[in-house]
Every structure is written in C-alpha cells, then in structure tokens.
Ligand binder design. Sequence first.
Ligand SMILES: [Zn+2]
Length: 117
Amino acid sequence: MSIATALMDQLTQIAQTQRVQRIVAVEVICGEMQQVVPDALHLAFEAVTAETIAAGATLTIVEQALAARCRACGAEFAPQIDDYLCPACGQADVELTAGRDIVLQSVVGETEDEATG
Ligand SMILES: [Zn+2]
C-alpha cells in the first residue's frame, strides 16, 4: 500500500504543476528488488486513487530485472536478490545499475482545456 500511496503523492504533484484535471494512464517501472506483486499494486492503486483525479486511471506495471556491474573487474551481470557476488571474479563489490527502484515512467493526463473542450 505504501508504494501506491507514494505514487499518488507524485501524481498529485504532477497534476498541480502541470494543471492536469484528470489522470487517465500511469506507467510505473518496478525494480525487481522492490519485489512488487503486480496484482497487489493494482488493487492498492485502485484504492488510493478512488475519489481522486486519478480515479479509474489505467496502471501499467513494467517489471525491471536486476542488473549489476562489478566494481572490481567491470563485469556486468544479472544478480539474484540476496546474491550479488560477481560471477566473473567472485567479489561482492557490485553496483546495481537497474532494478533497484520504483520509477514513475509516464503519466497521461487531461488538462483543463481538453476537459472543457
Ligand atoms: Zn568482478
């Protein structure tokens, strides 16, 4: 639920700065590390957006696998959660390059002009 709430906060801010009257579609990239359950997020999103400008908006969840780069040898690989050892040199000194965060990728909204027209 906290993810959906955070998303709603971002949507509210975007709506205010861009004068969006209604949000119709939202796309979110969910990093594997966040271990988001898409069905659960859909339900939570529906719940937190009810009665808001984003009510009824289409939520698209794009799952992003983990990717990492070894700081020791530079190898790039796809780690498992809780197993970040570099397959090339065995070091655990790796930098996660993808799949770590939840990112609000795109928002489609209707502005005041479109809504009245
Ligand atoms: Zn390495």
